[in-house]
Design a protein around this ligand. Structure first.
Ligand SMILES: [Zn+2]
Length: 267
């Protein structure tokens, strides 16, 4: 099985002055190519909403429509309509912006996240969901029942091969999830925005993490330390990391990926 790790949104915020990409996964499953998250979509690059324009200025988003997941999938040789399923970690604008580019896809999401997007509470939630991402006739598949465990985490088994789980990790958003994917004899755990940038735990003070990405950082660090066989990805990785480990125009065997946790931001 090949896992393609795509950067579908690049940003260079003023502070901290980091150069980041946004992780999307493109998996070859028994039900065809499947995306985990979408990054920004063509509408964000071509006709950004007021909300997205705010973030373009605030987080220094690079306005490069070639990074849209749909453009990258076409470069792989697929058509947008080949993507029948998209699994979402959460519905923030920088993860869900590409949904309108796949109008025929079923969109898998944890129910509390869908509820937060439909009825955001307070300014923080209202400032993170971009209505134009969901204006089309979205085919939602809502997952609301934790039905198993993956290692020590509550999990929802998704009906795909390779084996795949939604792992509820609420905090960054009401229904934020990680996604665990069987990768040969090991696992890839995309912990998305529950994990610090580049899956590095000591970049910022812990109180900032608790405020911005939720309460799971200590638990995920302990898990990473005790399970070196599980490769862990964050929602945002250094741009240089994608240049070395990501896949935008070529296929790479997942076994060639380095352990993300051994890299530092200076590399
Ligand atoms: Zn987010």
């Amino acid at each position: 099985m090949t896992i393609h790790i795509l950067n579908c949104v690049s940003m260079s915020p003023w502070w901290p002055r980091w150069h980041l990409g946004g992780v999307c996964l493109l998996l070859e499953t028994d039900k065809g190519p499947l995306l985990v998250d979408t990054g920004l979509g063509l509408h964000d690059y071509e006709n950004p909403s007021t909300l997205v324009r705010f973030y373009i200025a605030d987080t220094g988003i690079h306005m490069d429509a070639e990074q849209a997941a749909v453009r990258q999938i076409i470069r792989f040789g697929w058509k947008p309509e080949d993507v029948h399923h998209i699994v979402m970690t959460h519905l923030h604008f920088d993860h869900a912006g590409g949904l309108p580019d796949f109008p025929g896809s079923q969109i898998h999401v944890y129910s509390p996240e869908y509820a937060a997007m439909c009825k955001p509470r307070g300014l923080v939630e209202r400032m993170a969901y971009n209505k134009p991402d969901f204006d089309h006739d979205v085919h939602w598949v809502l997952h609301n029942k934790v039905d198993t465990r993956w290692f020590e985490f509550d999990a929802i088994r998704l009906d795909f091969e390779p084996e795949m789980y939604l792992i509820p990790l609420p905090g960054h958003t009401r229904g934020h999830c990680g996604v665990a994917i069987r990768d040969g004899s090991g696992w890839l755990f995309h912990a998305a925005d529950a994990l610090p940038t580049n899956a590095e735990f000591d970049l910022l003070p812990s109180w900032i993490y608790k405020l911005v990405i939720g309460p799971h950082v200590p638990r995920l660090k302990a898990f990473a330390d005790s399970h070196p066989e599980v490769r862990i990805l964050a929602g945002h990785m250094w741009m240089e990391w994608f240049e070395k480990n990501g896949s935008t125009r070529k296929k790479i065997p997942s076994g060639d990926l380095n352990d993300t946790r051994t890299r530092s931001k200076s590399q």
